[in-house]
Design a protein around this ligand. Structure first.
Ligand code: DQA
Length: 146
């Protein structure tokens, strides 16, 4: 059976490619989506890839993943550090959630050390650039096979 994985991206990740390239690299979100589709296909996963700027929109997509997918890869971006609503959405679903970040927030500004998701997700992968997504897909595929 093909497993369904949703990959959700939060605010400002629409600007990947030109946004702070020294921190986030030069790959655009559309290119990252293409890479994720290729990595997922090689792992036998069916993938849906989305990005939203708004907190409520992200919450709705987390609910949808909980209803429709077997696993969720979530880069909540700045909401990682601020949003009780995103945290509560994660705890409202039962599928495994992998938190991803391109950068390693803990090694940046002090306010990024607050993480409202790390203790409610299945696992987290941070700091590998776009490879964070590849590693998350590989880890989630293994977890779903498990
Ligand atoms: C990010 C890290 C967050 O601290 C930041 O707010 C982002 C991107 C990352 O992928 O490295 O928008 O989630």
């Amino acid at each position: 059976m093909t497993r369904k994985v949703h990959v959700l991206n939060g605010p400002n990740l629409s600007r990947l490619g030109t946004r702070e390239p020294a921190v986030y690299g030069t790959t655009t979100l559309a290119e990252l989506e293409g890479l994720c589709r290729g990595w997922a296909a090689a792992l036998g996963l069916d993938v849906a890839f989305e990005q939203r700027e708004g907190e409520g929109e992200l919450v709705e997509l987390i609910h949808r993943a909980g209803d429709q997918a077997d696993g969720l890869i979530l880069n909540a971006a700045a909401y990682t550090h601020t949003s009780v609503a995103v945290r509560d959405a994660v705890t409202s679903i039962v599928i495994p959630v992998i938190e991803v970040h391109l950068s390693n927030p803990a090694s940046r500004e002090p306010f990024r050390r607050q993480n409202l998701l790390e203790d409610v997700v299945y696992a987290g992968i941070r700091g590998f650039g776009i490879d964070s997504y590849r590693l998350a897909l590989e880890g989630l595929a293994a977890r779903l096979r498990g």
